[in-house]
Design a protein around this ligand. Structure first.
Ligand code: ANZ
Ligand code: ZN
Length: 878
């Protein structure tokens, strides 16, 4: 055995050993329980970042733990390969997105391999491959025919200079990120999934998932179920011109607070509402306001924070409960896509209405008061009143006065129903999912537009619609729309000339079903091979970042339900358990430039001075020796230039050190603060582990004759065995149930400390040493597999480690041979004695009486009484 730990030698050796034995290549095997461990696949952006390393190490630890425990473990890896960064890189560097993407994949695959993850590489997939997305296109055509996917107009950000549609994040302060042009809203036809039909199922199925409560709450809020009433306000007789049908009869609003109807002081409609259009017909100022509302960003976050603005229409409606005339306003805070695109405004109890009413000097009327201490109503403190549904009663509301929220809700909605002016309605905030993107690097939407037949799905035998890969986009419009060789085709129905859809799909589509494709990635008859879907069912464990808590996870759940209805998979949920790993943090350093901007320096370029407690006090730039400001500790990111390249870490210390540091520094769900000394500490521990085994082997190693005999061990060796088996039990629980790996590592370190202190030089001692080291190497294998693999082959040359089972705690060893007994004199603790665990009552009593403490405090007198509590204490009554 080599004397020194040399990761650059043992890591590739262990990796090729696993690869040659194909131990991570799995297939359906009914004789074993299955465990499907899935980590969120990366976008091939160029190289791995620390977040990836952490994510995949967590998954690897769980997978390897299950593998040694006899599970048939599937741990796949692939590439979320479509997306905008490839197009941007293409524009910057004049290289085709496909080429850029495949090169990145090749580089990152090597990085992942150098980290020794137990992936089944034979199942690798890339979502940009036609062999992958053809199944997505097929499902699309089926769902389109079923009506689950439909076409309607949607609003997009239009850059009039670049002549292209922009994503929300490409609109900065209302302007296009490249052109700087003012962005317009445009209506264009797009394809939508009817995810709203599944809102209730997506909500109720959350209950059965073993997911962090926080993530479930985020999903519930996103789905946003609310119970309310649709209230009809009759139009005043002079307010109907230009309106047709129901719109000429009444204005309908959706409210969750029908109880506040008598506090309504105006109503407001969205700019797109027919009443707004009709009212604006002869009023240029209304037309101008409507146009203003229709421009600007379509991002919902902006809508929530923007300044509330509106204009009065000069039209009126009647409050059905008391006949009051209320003026109709057009307001920018009313969304056309939600409820009825109109609100009854109750500025006394609603924040937005309050802000609006204050600005335009509209009346504010209180109709709810507190039943508690009854502070005087202060309209500037609407917060005290808004949303509080408990301990309140109605006032200024006639027959409803005095009612609490629920009673008033029921009474007002019953009254509205009897007046034929309202009906209860459950509403979801969730919108239908628009999946059309006017971009190039995505999965083509498999639709053919024919002038006589309309939208015709591409027939199955003509799929896939292949995306041409040798295209270099230039940033103006979608390249596909400029390629007649792509879009010119014939109609599958009538055979006439027709045009292919040139939009591509939202890349969330591909990541919504990859968890199933991994089950049979090469299957060429359908999305998933039925036997594979039946065997693997769903991912038992999913691991990834909290940033995907809403959209990705919701879409993947939705897709699973669709695939289940199509009979493709037997499950309704894709991920039984979810672990969201914390962020990787690192210190930041900067200088303020003359223009007041911050220039960020990478920690590698900075030298930090610390005080005697190791706290940073000052920092200078290595390049010029001049000071830099120490910023906060923040998530590693490009914008703060505080990333540490995992490759540097792997090159300097090896994969095992990187893995150990990540798992030891904090529990998976918490954030992890980068620390150079932590990395060095991890490396030191591995060197020490190596030396420990080296010294043991050097002394002659195992003594086989004694290896199964644990009788007649001396106390020290018995204690060591006790510690060993307690450690096995604890570490197994940490991996298997608690998912806390830092404590597992700490437990093994403690065991090694005790091993170091124990004299194991006797023949029996060497047998115990063998037992300890064999266990340690298996307990650490999930975290630092390369070094453990190498050490195992030194300790036991006959079987490979992955065939050795997980160590089991020996119940007999866990029984302590000796126990400590408290000695009390008149109820006060005076001494402790150690007795054999199976000592008789008499023997315990004798030992207690003989103890120095007992002797001293009974002053040699014969005690009146001695009470023995076996296993715990002896009380001497003197
Ligand atoms: C009167 C009222 C009084 C309201 C009050 C709230 C508080 P959720 O719970 O999210 O479903 N609303 C309805 N349609 C809207 C639209 N298209 N754009 C903007 N706001 C709209 O929200 C329902 C509430 O949001 C409704 O209840 C309505 O305001 C508003 F003290 O009606 B409420
Ligand atoms: Zn046709």
């Amino acid at each position: 055995m080599q004397e020194h730990y040399n990761p650059s030698q043992i890591e590739p050796a262990s990796q090729s050993k696993w690869e040659n034995a194909r131990i991570f290549s799995v297939s359906e095997d009914a004789s074993k329980p299955k465990y499907y461990c899935l980590s969120m696949f990366p976008y091939p952006s160029g190289k791995l970042h620390m977040g990836h390393v952490r994510n995949y190490t967590i998954g690897d630890v769980l997978s390897r733990y299950k593998l040694l425990n006899g599970f048939n473990v599937l741990q796949p890896m692939g590439w979320d390969a479509f997306g905008m960064p490839a197009e941007n890189a293409a524009i910057d560097r004049q290289v085709a997105p496909a080429k850029w993407t495949y090169e990145n994949i090749a580089y990152m695959r090597n990085q992942l391999k150098s980290l020794g993850f137990a992936f089944d590489w034979e199942r690798e997939l890339a979502t940009c491959s036609p062999e992958y997305y053809r199944w997505e296109q097929l499902l699309f055509t089926k769902l389109f025919e079923k009506g689950v996917i439909y076409r309607k107009n949607g609003t997009v950000n239009w850059d009039p200079v670049d002549q292209t549609v922009l994503a929300n994040e490409q609109v900065i302060d209302g302007r296009g990120w490249r052109s700087g042009a003012l962005i317009e809203k445009r209506e264009i036809p797009m394809y939508y999934f009817k995810i709203t039909d599944y809102a209730e199922q997506l909500l109720s199925d959350l209950d059965g998932l073993n997911w962090p409560e926080q993530v479930k709450t985020m999903q519930r809020n996103w789905i946003g179920k609310s119970r309310g009433v649709q209230v009809r306000f009759a139009l005043d007789s002079g307010s109907k011109q230009g309106l047709e049908g129901d719109y000429a009869e009444y204005l309908q609003v959706y409210t969750t607070r029908p109880d506040t109807l008598l506090g309504a002081t105006y109503v407001a409609v969205a700019a797109e509402h027919p009443l707004a259009t009709a009212a604006a017909a002869d009023k240029p100022e209304l037309q101008a306001f409507i146009a203003e509302c229709k421009s600007g960003s379509v991002a919902e976050a902006d809508m929530a924070t923007m300044e509330k603005k509106g204009v009065p229409t000069g039209r009126y409606v009647i409050n059905p409960l008391n006949g009051d005339k209320l003026e109709v306003w057009i307001a920018n805070y009313v969304l056309w896509g939600y409820g009825d695109g109109a609100v009854m405004a109750v500025p006394g109890h609603d924040e937005r209405d309050f802000e609006f009413a204050n600005k335009y000097k509209l009346p504010i009327k209180q109709v709810v008061e507190s039943t508690l201490e009854q502070p005087a109503y202060n309209p500037n403190e609407w917060q005290d009143w808004y949303g509080d549904k408990e301990n309140t009663r109605l006032i200024n509301s006639g027959e409803f006065d005095g009612m609490d929220f629920q009673t008033a809700f029921d009474a007002t909605s019953a009254k509205l129903q009897s007046l034929n002016a309202g009906a209860p309605k459950t509403q979801y905030r969730l919108r239908d999912w628009g999946i059309s993107r006017q971009r190039y690097w995505g999965c083509p939407i498999p639709i053919i537009h024919c002038e006589s037949c309309g939208d015709v799905p591409v027939p199955a035998d003509q799929l896939p619609v292949v995306l041409p890969e040798d295209v270099v986009p230039d940033g103006s419009g979608s390249p596909l729309a400029k390629m007649p060789e792509f879009y010119e085709t014939t109609c599958p129905h009538c055979g006439g000339p027709a045009k292919r859809e040139t939009d591509t799909m939202d890349t969330f589509m591909e990541s919504s079903w990859y968890q199933f494709r991994y089950m049979s990635p090469q299957f060429s008859d359908s999305m998933v091979a039925p036997e594979a879907a039946q065997y693997w069912q769903q991912a038992d464990q999913y691991i990834g970042g909290i940033e995907h808590a809403i959209l990705h996870l919701l879409y993947a759940r939705f897709f699973t339900k669709l695939m289940n209805e199509e009979g493709i998979v037997p499950v309704k949920e894709p991920f039984a358990s979810l672990l969201t790993q914390g962020m990787v943090l690192q210190a930041t350093y900067y200088r303020e430039t003359e223009s007041g901007k911050k220039q960020w320096f990478n920690p590698a370029e900075v030298e930090v001075q610390t005080d005697d407690k190791g706290r940073p006090v000052a920092a200078v730039l290595k390049a010029d020796g001049r000071p830099v400001v120490i910023g906060g500790v923040e998530k590693m990111s490009k914008s703060k230039n505080n990333g540490v390249d995992p490759q540097d870490l792997i090159d300097a210390y090896g994969a095992d050190t990187a893995r150990l540091f990540m798992m030891f520094a904090s529990p998976p769900e918490q954030s992890l603060e980068w620390s150079d000394s932590g990395v060095e500490g991890a490396h030191r521990f591995l060197r020490r582990l190596w030396r420990t085994v080296f010294e043991y082997i050097n002394r002659g190693g195992a003594v086989k004759a004694f290896s199964d005999r644990h009788d007649n061990l001396d106390k020290e060796l018995k204690d060591l065995r006790h510690k060993l088996h307690a450690t096995i039990a604890k570490v197994s629980d940490d991996y298997g149930r608690r998912l806390q790996f830092n404590t597992a590592i700490a437990a093994v370190m403690e065991l090694l400390n005790q091993y170091d202190k124990t004299d194991t030089s006797s023949e029996q001692g060497r047998a115990v040493a063998q037992e300890v080291l064999e266990a340690v190497v298996r307990l650490l294998w999930p975290i630092v597999p390369h070094i453990c693999e190498a050490l195992w082959s030194e300790l036991c040359s006959d079987t490979p480690l992955w065939q050795a089972a997980w160590p089991q705690a020996d119940a007999a060893a866990l029984v302590k041979s000796e126990i400590e007994i408290m000695v009390q004199v008149n109820g006060k603790l005076r001494d402790k004695v150690t007795v054999p665990a199976d000592a008789s009552k008499e023997a315990i009593e004798a030992a207690a009486l003989a103890s120095l403490g007992a002797q001293k405090f009974t002053e040699g007198k014969t005690p009146k009484k001695v009470i023995v509590v076996p296993g715990r204490l002896v009380n001497i009554v003197a």
